[in-house]
Design a protein. Structure first.
Length: 290
């Protein structure tokens, strides 16, 4: 049985980590001990409407249980299926690993989304020039030109602050994080998940449902590499700066340039690389043109 199914009293038995038996080899000997791993389970995201029995599956994503309502809402928003939280009537999580987002009766949805989405892996992504053009046109919010601005020393402090609040990573060493910072370096929110895109959808979904969009004055940091999909979702939320601990992909750089987003990679050990729109980074000398 799933560790995230509802118990008999109706409460959710949520668990993001699990203990497993492990045989550890070291120096020619094998010892048995208990390790902790991140939980990965499927979440089926469904879409329905108020006062109708019509429900259709949108996607199945492999995720770490927790913040499922926010994950579903964030996914629907960053994929361009819905535009505003007011379109949602209610979000139901009444079955094990199933979330149904019910829209208000008058909300129209492009029917092609039911054919476009099916299974979403924990490291999925899309590519191609047509997709980049679609993201640039369809994104809900726009990055503000020359805003936000931030000093390099503030960015250098992000990795340590992020690492200090990665509770699940401390236990498992195998989970991604997305977090929001202010330009002054204050860590505002963090979400963790085995899927880097899920962690970001949870973070964006939290702000989407609370009405604190767009995120144009915030800085996004992700614990892993910067993929095309993360840039896509960040651009949709109006984020002007994305900082990654790891490397960006070529399409991530291309899309960041298209969306006028500052993309930073290898942010660790008091250094980082700027791959696009260096004008948002405050330096004593003019930033190079990228």
């Amino acid at each position: 049985m799933s560790k995230f199914c509802k118990s008999e009293d109706g409460s959710e038995a949520e668990s993001s980590v699990k203990k497993v038996a492990v045989a550890k080899h070291r120096d020619g000997t094998i010892d048995n001990f208990t390790d902790v791993v991140s939980v990965e389970e499927p979440l089926e995201i469904r879409l329905g409407w108020t006062n109708t029995d019509e429900i259709q599956q949108i996607a199945v994503t492999m995720r770490t249980p927790g913040d499922d309502r926010e994950l579903a809402a964030g996914f629907l928003f960053t994929e361009g299926i819905i535009c505003d939280a007011s379109e949602i009537d209610e979000i139901e999580s009444d079955k094990c690993n199933v979330v149904t987002v019910r829209l208000k009766t008058d909300v129209k949805v492009d029917q092609t989304v039911f054919a476009r989405h099916s299974f979403v892996a924990s490291s999925c992504g899309v590519c191609g020039k047509k997709t980049i053009a679609a993201v640039r046109v369809k994104r809900q919010f726009r990055c503000e030109s020359n805003s936000p601005m931030i000093e390099p020393a503030i960015i250098n402090g992000f990795p340590e602050k992020l690492r200090s609040v990665q509770s699940d990573f401390d236990q498992t060493g195998g989970i991604h994080a997305s977090c929001l910072f202010t330009t002054g370096g204050e860590l505002l929110q963090i979400r963790e998940d085995v899927g880097r895109h899920n962690a970001l959808d949870k973070l964006i979904g939290t702000n989407f449902l609370s009405g604190t969009m767009p995120l144009t004055d915030k800085i996004l940091m992700v614990s892993g590499r910067a993929s095309f999909e993360l840039v896509q979702k960040a651009a949709h939320a109006g984020l002007g700066i994305l900082v990654a601990v790891g490397a960006p992909s070529s399409l991530a750089v291309q899309l960041a340039e298209e969306c006028d987003m500052t993309l930073i990679g290898f942010a660790r050990n008091n250094r980082f690389n700027i791959y696009s729109c260096a004008n948002r980074i405050l330096t004593r000398e003019p930033a190079p043109t990228l």
